[in-house]
Design a protein around this ligand. Structure first.
Ligand SMILES: Nc1ncnc2c1ncn2[C@@H]1O[C@H](COP(=O)(O)OP(=O)(O)OP(=O)(O)O)[C@@H](O)[C@H]1O
Ligand SMILES: [Mg+2]
Length: 253
């Protein structure tokens, strides 16, 4: 089993990238996959055509609220992850033909994401099903790295946009990942759809990490996202999809 995480600044294209990676693995029959949405502002589900609510499933945050608030439980003195782990697999996991999906969800109570993070982390550590790939979609920025939900991964794909800040983001992301002891094999840099092709030489020069190429700008992808259509349904001629395949091949997938 290989674990893959997307990183990047807000709006750089992390979620669409991951959805296209999922499409590739599905078409290659490299399944089953587990998709993990770590972004509280969840939209990985939408991009792969799964509405957890419609499927009768709950996010980790919802399960925690059910267990500890509405259920009258208390968060004091218990390791909440222990009480919630079995519920996560039973009530939180969407199981599809090619992939399963789980989402951390939005927390409507005060305080940090410690509880949902701990619960998800524990659940992921106790994975019983043998997935070929686990694909985790991150929220923008770096804060979630400190949350260490995924402390052991194989490949990190950092999607950059064309800005000075993005170069700094990559350096910081790499440093933070190291500093908080996230174990990883490869830290790859990917040009987002807004990176102009002529900037790629500059990117390669400025960034010491392996640059895999850029995601092509694709009006069709933009339209699908706008309409809430799953990216898995894009035709195989999609330029963005084909650019993602190239990127994956450059990372030996
Ligand atoms: N290949 C593409 N071609 C053209 N537009 C794209 C492409 N990929 C994404 N977009 C556009 O960029 C927007 C952001 O993409 P996406 O949601 O994948 O980014 P993100 O990094 O996950 O954002 P967030 O930080 O909000 O989670 C999309 O809503 C879409 O309009
Ligand atoms: Mg996203």
């Amino acid at each position: 089993m290989k674990k893959i995480v997307s990183l990047g600044r807000g709006g750089s294209g992390k979620t669409s990238f991951l959805a296209l990676v999922a499409k590739y693995f599905i078409e290659k029959n490299a399944t089953p996959l587990l998709l993990v949405d770590i972004d509280p502002d969840q939209n990985l589900g939408e991009m792969v055509g799964v509405d957890l609510k419609e499927e009768g499933k709950k996010t980790i945050s919802e399960l925690l609220m059910d267990t500890f608030l509405e259920g009258g439980g208390t968060t004091v003195g218990v390791a909440p992850s222990q009480r919630i782990e079995s519920k996560i697999w039973e009530k939180g996991l969407y199981e599809g033909e090619d992939f399963d999906l789980i989402a951390i969800g939005t927390k409507f109570i005060e305080g940090c994401y410690c509880l949902p993070d701990a619960a998800l982390k524990k659940a992921l550590e106790g994975l019983t099903k043998t997935y070929k790939y686990v694909l985790a979609d991150s929220p923008g920025g770096l804060e979630h790295l400190n949350r260490r939900i995924t402390s052991k991964v194989d490949d990190i794909f950092d999607i950059i946009d064309p800005s000075q800040k993005s170069f700094h983001h990559v350096e910081r992301a790499y440093k933070v990942a190291k500093a908080v002891n996230i174990e990883f094999q490869n830290f790859y840099v990917v040009g987002g759809h807004r990176v102009p092709a002529k900037l790629e030489t500059e990117v390669k020069k400025r960034i010491k990490l392996k640059y895999l190429g850029k995601i092509a700008f694709d009006k069709e992808v933009e339209d699908y996202i706008l309409l809430g259509k799953p990216l898995l349904e894009l035709p195989s001629s999609s330029v963005a999809y084909n650019s993602v395949i190239e990127i994956l091949k450059n990372a030996d997938y």
